[in-house]
Design a protein around this ligand. Structure first.
Ligand code: PGA
Length: 251
């Protein structure tokens, strides 16, 4: 049985006070209930310390939205893996489509970032996904497999086993459009086959593959029930305790 994960990417929202409030609301909302999924929240860098002050040592895990690939040095404005780890983070996003498309991050850079995360003892949540024109041309699978190959190719089995993969079709992010559970399932199957080809069946069978793109309480249970979908990476709906907890505890 693979573990299920629900991760909330707060993006560039909530300052350290607002983030602390949301973290308290989430903990309070759990109200002693034990969710059947692992919960991760991913606040902006400056919000991390106050959020970690609330959720550190609880069942809510915490991650960062990005990292730089060197551990320290003259990289003005950047944050390293060891800095995040020493703060208490356990996870870090790598290759979110907003960084690929707005910041122009390519596979070479993402490959370095992913390896830096592993080196620091962080669990990378590596995001892949196609653009709408790529899907319309029937190229979605080729694009996703290429993104995986360029960054994950060459990892040791021990390393790939620590990576969480998130499939996020770019056209579904923040748009209210969601892939159907069948589409998500199909792509997750492709990702699992790719992992099997490169790293063998035990790695592929154990890999945690999340779906992301307009996941909300109303559509989460159908998506999460789809074959090969091991959880969700949630953006907009993670900014309020009620909607995020509505995904963690589907009714
Ligand atoms: P969304 O974002 O849920 O707002 O579509 C998902 C993501 O970007 O991770």
């Amino acid at each position: 049985m693979r573990r299920k994960v629900i991760a909330g990417n707060w993006k560039m929202n909530l300052d350290h006070r607002q983030g602390e409030t949301l973290a308290r609301e989430l903990l309070g909302g759990l109200n002693g209930r034990k969710p059947s999924v692992e919960i991760i929240i991913i606040p902006p860098f400056t919000t991390l310390p106050s959020v970690l002050g609330v959720v550190g040592g609880t069942i809510i895990g915490c991650g960062a939205q990005d990292l730089w690939y060197e551990d320290k040095g003259a990289f003005t404005g950047e944050i390293s893996g060891p800095m995040l780890k020493s703060l208490g983070c356990d996870y870090v996003l790598v290759g979110h489509s907003e960084r690929r498309h707005i910041r122009g991050e390519d596979s070479e850079l993402l490959s370095r970032k992913l390896r830096a995360a592993l080196r620091a003892g962080l669990i990378p949540i590596f995001c892949v996904g196609e653009l709408l024109p790529e899907r319309e041309k029937g190229k979605a699978e080729t694009v996703v497999v290429e993104q995986l190959r360029q960054v994950l190719g060459g990892l040791e089995k021990e390393e790939i086993s620590r990576v969480i993969i998130a499939y996020e079709p770019v056209w579904a992010i923040g748009t209210g459009k969601t892939a159907t559970p069948e589409d998500a399932s199909q792509m997750h199957g492709v990702i699992r086959n790719f992992l099997e080809e490169l790293f063998g069946s035990p790695v592929s069978a154990a890999a945690v593959i999340l779906y992301g793109g307009s996941v909300k309480p109303e559509n989460a249970s159908r998506l999460l029930a789809a074959a090969d979908v091991d959880g969700a990476l949630v953006g907009g709906a993670s900014l309020q305790a009620s909607s995020f907890l509505g995904i963690v505890f589907p009714s």
